[in-house]
Design a protein around this ligand. Structure first.
Ligand SMILES: [Mg+2]
Length: 273
């Protein structure tokens, strides 16, 4: 018996390409989230963003007229250290990523590999706008020496302003995998760690929460793996590459919508004001 999109107690939103694109909110994002709040629903956000922190993302959402606190936002940037602790225990880490990622790793009790280190336990890959051949070479050397590989997320790109593809962690990870021959343990969607953290923040079990996302390979497949129902925001926009033409991806969502406006219209139809 399939459930209707209005039947849930909690709503987890993907961010890039769903709630906003670059610095612009998507149509009806603020109205939809305000509608859910008025209905007494819990709302939280779950993104594979591995360069910004929850405080920055919450401030960005508030600037778009969307009510959000940092506790409502689950991101690989902030959770890198906890993921490594759960996966490997306390370890020495070579991070590829910005200073916030290194700080999150350090604050969970891990040691950051220094310039003089010949080996480390884990190479952790996040989005790094200063990624270089020298970092790739160092990662490959650590991995050849027995280090394990972990990554914030597998996304090759996200959608930025004007629909442009912005290179993501997955594009960097591809070069590290290619150079090392190793596969990564993944923190973000479609793996379950980030979903578990977001559900804990909502205080709800997976059966009571609906995931809303635009990427079937991470949002929809990840929700299914974590035991959540989902709706797919499929704008069938070719420049995004996730449209109905995306080959070979199963979409076990309970409904697909063209955009958040259509989703809001459906919910309003089922909940007379
Ligand atoms: Mg997205």
């Amino acid at each position: 018996m399939s459930r209707r999109p209005g039947d849930f107690d909690g709503y987890l939103f993907d961010l890039d390409g769903c709630v906003y694109e670059g610095s612009s909110p998507t149509p009806s994002a603020a109205a939809l989230i305000a509608f859910l709040a008025r209905k007494g629903k819990k709302v939280a956000f779950l993104s594979n963003n591995s360069s910004e922190g929850a405080d920055e993302v919450a401030a960005k959402l508030r600037g778009m007229g969307i009510d959000a606190d940092p506790e409502d936002v689950s991101l690989p940037t902030d959770l890198a250290g906890e993921f490594l602790l759960e996966s490997f225990g306390r370890v020495s880490v070579f991070p590829i990523g910005n200073g916030r990622v290194a700080e999150a790793i350090r604050s969970s009790g891990h040691r950051i590999a220094g310039n003089g280190d010949e080996s480390c336990d884990v190479v952790f890959v996040a989005r790094d706008s200063e990624f270089s051949y020298a970092k790739l070479e160092r990662a490959a050397r650590f991995l050849s020496g027995g280090a394990r590989l972990a990554a914030a997320n597998p996304d090759d790109y996200h959608i930025g302003d004007a629909g442009a593809r912005v290179p993501e962690t997955g594009a960097i990870l591809a070069s590290v995998r290619s150079a090392s021959g190793k596969e990564a343990a993944v923190l973000g969607k479609p793996e379950s760690f980030l979903f578990r953290r977001a559900l804990a923040a909502l205080g709800l079990g997976p059966e009571r929460v609906l995931m809303i996302g635009d990427n079937p390979a991470t949002d929809i497949a990840g929700a299914a793996k974590a035991g959540l129902a989902s709706v797919w925001i499929d704008r069938a926009d070719e420049k995004r590459g996730f449209g109905a033409g995306a080959a070979g991806i199963e979409c076990p969502c309970i409904r697909a919508y063209r955009d958040l406006s259509e989703f809001l219209g459906d919910l309003e139809g089922n909940h007379a004001e």
